[in-house]
Design a protein around this ligand. Structure first.
Ligand code: PAF
Length: 289
């Protein structure tokens, strides 16, 4: 069944609407996105639909989180398709502001995730996470969600958002949701639309690297250097793929593990494929000991 889905572009209108819901004690589930929705997003939207009375999806390609040489200008914007998907899931409101309404000219204040925002993806994308946190903070102020849903594919992003909520006493419950994958294991991402069929096959090496490391750890391998070499060789041997990083991190702190895997952790991966555009892909997986 298809539902009506209200499109709100004005930030102040969005704020008024969510205030009305809150006054009526209605719970609000929120899924922040940059559009080009895929099954990963839909799983978050369906979970929100189950858990909360009102569901808001934001579609906003946030310029603050893109570096100069990144894909802001070409980021896909299939709005009509996104709208249709939101209607099918029963989303109540799509918040779809313009950049100039979201960041008016006198805009000055930003959120800084500090040390952790500079690691891993933050190293090759300086300022990226501060841009994400600033946008998410503004969205939370406008929508005041009871719960917000984030995919674990962006594991570092999820961790930093939880850190922001804890540090700034934001009462929104952050609900992490598992990675949704294509049948070959490739993690769903809006950026997969940049890949052709052959590249999609090759990009599945990230998932194979995670699975192979998980299997090796199960067999008793624990040296992070050896496991790193295993992941790197699987990724770098896939045609067209170039690994950017592989890190084994502590689940509680997101800091790198030492020489040995001694506790349950996460393997974080980033790699590049193709030219024009050179597509950056990330993935991660749980490493159980
Ligand atoms: O994960 C994303 O799509 C973006 O980083 C987010 C959370 C919508 C902020 O712009």
């Amino acid at each position: 069944m298809e539902n009506a889905c209200l499109i709100v572009s004005s930030p102040s209108k969005m704020q008024r609407l969510s205030k009305q819901w809150t006054l009526k004690k209605q719970t609000i589930g929120f899924i922040p996105t940059m559009g080009c929705l895929h099954e990963g997003h839909l799983s978050l939207m369906r979970q929100a639909r189950k858990q909360t009375q009102k569901v808001v999806v934001s579609i906003f390609v946030n310029p603050l989180q893109f570096g100069r040489n990144e894909d802001f200008k070409i980021y896909p914007k299939p709005f009509e398709q996104d709208l249709q998907l939101c209607k099918e899931v029963g989303v109540d409101v799509i918040f779809h502001p313009t950049v100039s309404d979201f960041y008016p000219r006198q805009f000055q204040t930003t959120i800084d995730g500090n040390a952790l925002a500079k690691k891993y993806c933050g190293r090759s994308r300086p300022g990226h996470f501060n841009g994400v946190l600033t946008a998410v903070h503004i969205l939370f102020e406008l929508i005041r969600p009871s719960s917000a849903f984030f995919g674990e594919k962006d594991f570092q992003q999820l961790f930093l958002i939880k850190q922001m909520c804890r540090d700034l006493w934001i009462p929104t419950e952050i609900v992490p949701m598992p990675i949704i994958r294509e049948s070959n294991g490739l993690a769903m991402s809006s950026r997969n639309t940049y890949l052709n069929a052959e590249q999609k096959e090759n990009a599945a090496c990230l998932f194979h690297a995670i699975s192979s490391v998980q299997a090796a750890v199960k067999k008793g391998y624990a040296k992070t250097a050896e496991l790193h070499a295993l992941a790197a060789s699987l990724i770098n041997h896939a045609p067209g793929m170039e690994m950017e990083y592989a890190h084994f991190v502590d689940l509680k702190t997101l800091l790198p593990l030492g020489d040995n895997i001694h506790t349950s952790s996460r393997l974080l991966l980033a790699a590049h494929i193709g030219e024009n555009p050179r597509v950056r892909l990330i993935d991660n997986g749980h490493i159980a000991v």
